[in-house]
Design a protein around this ligand. Sequence first.
Ligand SMILES: [Mg+2]
Ligand SMILES: [Zn+2]
Length: 182
Amino acid sequence: MLIILDRDGVINEYDGNYICSAEEWHPIPGSIDAVARLCNAGHRIAIATNQSGIARGYYDTDELDAMHDKMAQLVEAAGGHIDFIAYCPHHPDDQCDCRKPLTGLLRQIRGHFHISALTGAIMVGDSRKDLEAGAAEGCQPILVRTGNGLDTERHLEARPIADTRVFDNLAQVADWVIGAGL
Ligand SMILES: [Mg+2]
Ligand SMILES: [Zn+2]
C-alpha cells in the first residue's frame, strides 16, 4: 500500500514555529522506526509537505535538502526507505496548485509511482489541510495527535471529514496498518 505522510508534526516535532535547518529538525520519538516498520511490511512511503518557509525566505532549497537528507539517513539506518518527497515551496498568496489542501503534491506522487488514482492509499497528517487533500484524492485520511493534531481533532468534531481515523502518533498508525494486514 502507498502511505503518504505529512512531515512537520507527523515525522518531526513541530510546535508552530518553522523548522529552518537540519539542526532544528528532530524526529518525534518512534516515528522513524514506524516508517521503517511500514517499509518492512511491504508498504511504499511518500511525503507531501507544505514548505512556505522557502517563499518566506526563512530557508532555501539547499537547507530543505539538508533536512531531508537527515530524515532519509535516519530512516535508512532504521532499515526503511522514503520513496519520494513532494514539497510545496510557495507562499499561501501565490495561488499555486500544490499547497495542501490542494492536491498538486498528491498528483506529483501519483506521477512518481505511475498510478492513476490514490484510492486505497493512506494520507497521514496533523492538520485539516492534510486530511482534506488526502480525502479529495480518495485516500483514507488519518489524523495523528502529534504536532497540530490535538487542535485539529477538536475542530473536526464540529466539521468532520468522512472516514477519518485518529491515532496518537505515527507509531500507532504503523501498529494499526501492520496489525490489520492492510
Ligand atoms: Mg503538519
Ligand atoms: Zn505550491
